[in-house]
Design a protein. Sequence first.
Length: 384
Amino acid sequence: MNEGTMTVYLVANFDLDRQESMARFTQMLEADLPSLGVNFVTIKPKPRFARLTPKYKYSGLPKWLGYMDKYLIFPMSLRKIDRRANEKSLFHITDHSNSPYSKSISRRPCLVTCHDLLAVRGAMGEDTDCPATRSGKVLQARILSGLNHTDHVACVSKFTHGDLLRLGENGIEQRSSVVLNGINHPYRQLDQATIENQLKSLDQPSLLEKPFVLHVGSNLARKNKRGILQSFALASKDWSGNLVYCGPEIPESLQKEAQELGLADRVINLVKPSNEQLEALYNAAHAFLFLSTSEGFGWPVIEAQICGCPVVTSNRTSLPEVAGNGALVHDPKDYEAIAASILKLSDPNFREDIVRKGISNAEKFGAERMVAEYVSLYEAMLQK
């Protein structure tokens, strides 16, 4: 490590929690910081107590053992690193859910990236499709307190920044800013042969035989997978394609509903495809449907756009901001309007216009731009 340059301690997530999107965000920083002359050291809680349970999961006793690793042992390690850190170093907590760690950092500047405040809002009784248990309410209060305590908060969208200004303490406006996320994988437009080879690897012949609309996301209620199915059902009356869900296995209730709608044979569930397979799916899809009722950013929107896939998305929270003018935007409960957009994208001229605008929008979200903005923030914080 070059002792004469800035050093950033990237405070990352507990591996056993499997926060994949947060891990990708940290990896983006790790990939580009060296090219900008910045040293980094990634630090995270180590599973000690959590290893006492045969199978870790985020519930019951295993969750509480993980809490001991995260909130009892790791803060002690942070305080030790903070005491030994030199004057050209600072801390960057890459996930706001770890903002309570900021209270263990007193000597060096500390930055927190806030990806969303949906769970905080849900714990306060607001309707975000993110309900909280009694212990969850305590944790979310600690997260908000940590954001209020840290030296600076970088929000990934203007929408999330608005939530922070509304919920944070007086003075948070002077200690916060917006750094838009970059695309977290180098997705791109592919040639037809590459698309077909990747689709063949998914062992779903219909992907090559029939058009399909695509959704990528978890089974959280706010992802509105049922609304996607209802919209597809309306479009399917005049369109012969399929619906592809990518992510975890879809819930039995959704499978049952597809069966009741007579669409079970037209709904495909691809469990955690690789980045290369997902890239081909984005390239091949008739449309990408992302109809969340709430988001803090919405990475899949720009992933689809950069691959030349038309996007139909929600008019809620951060999504209009992220999609720009390169998407068809609707109320996520307006299934008829969403279905009409799916059908309208069969018009080649209309489709070409949406694709062109989508690519232009997504190009603004480069990873290099994002990391450079963080480095500028680091420099400003060290000068204070």
